[in-house]
Design a binder for this molecule. Sequence first.
Ligand code: PMP
Length: 355
Amino acid sequence: MAKVHNYSAGPCILPNEVFKEAADSILNFNNLNLSLIEISHRSKDFVDVMEEARSLVKELLEVPEDYDVLFLQGGASLGFLTAAYNLMGVNKTGGYLVTGSWAKKAAKEASFMGESVTIASSEDNNFNYIPKNYELGNNIDYFHVTSNNTIFGTQIKDFPKTDLPLVCDMSSDIFSRKINVADFDLIYAGAQKNMGPAGTTLYIFKKEILGKSSVPIPTMLNLKTHADKDSMFNTPPVFAVYTSMLTLRWLKNNGGIVNIERKNQEKADLLYSEIDRNNLFEGTANIEDRSNMNVTFTLKDETLKETFDNMLVDANISGLKGHRSVGGYRASMYNALPIESVQVLVDVMKKLENK
Ligand code: PMP
């Protein structure tokens, strides 16, 4: 079969060896002659998977001792609500940096048990930049940011420094670059980009935040419920956790975060330099805020669209269509996308120019 260059924004490309091992586990897991998805989540074989997954997160991101790591369900969209419930304090107000549609959705959830305040927003320019130089004020209990804006192709390069609890939705760039976990009180991320298949959501948080919320929290949304049971309060999404664990093993065996960050930078440099060089194309994000994960760009001359789209199909490039709120193209270049796939795209862009 011809290789497909998969630029899907999520669910997205994962390493081929992960797909193979995950597929094997469905038929015969750990030589038990049983499938991974038919054994008890309380069996030693599965508890070992959960523990290895949690410990790989700690190792890869150098998570400090006073933090906990959980694999839960509900997607990052439930993370919006979970974050607000668990961090509401005396002001009953969350502060939000509104840098895209996901950030906006996160902000909305705080209003179910408290108030949500927009500290700064880039909606005035269709979210093509990351606001800077804003004041947090002293009436908010926490400050929520989105590290990478999957739809608009922007990424926070320097996280804000604040004494307030800092919360971050890292769904679309976790494990893609070095972060200092100690700067955050809570990080959450849907698995389906750099970590694994859809179905599980990673939470990393300072243990100290547990039990301090000023509002009553429904059982399943209380991080303490899950922390007290080592991420096994109820049946975990076993396949999603296992496949995430395999992806994290792959990352560790391939040089960890330092190596993947370098590769991601090389891929981003390759594509952005072509967008800037080639007169037919234009990047949509503010240059200093450009995402290394989701590269958004347009054709300056829309009449070339059909020709370019056909050339993409011929080159076996899939998933490049931009989100409807930006238009144009979006190249999602998550960890498992090889630089060879980026070169194929760049070659097509050059070919269009030469036509
Ligand atoms: N936050 C960001 C940054 C995202 O990219 C997405 C989805 N792609 C979400 C939140 C929502 O994630 P989920 O579909 O897991 O709820």
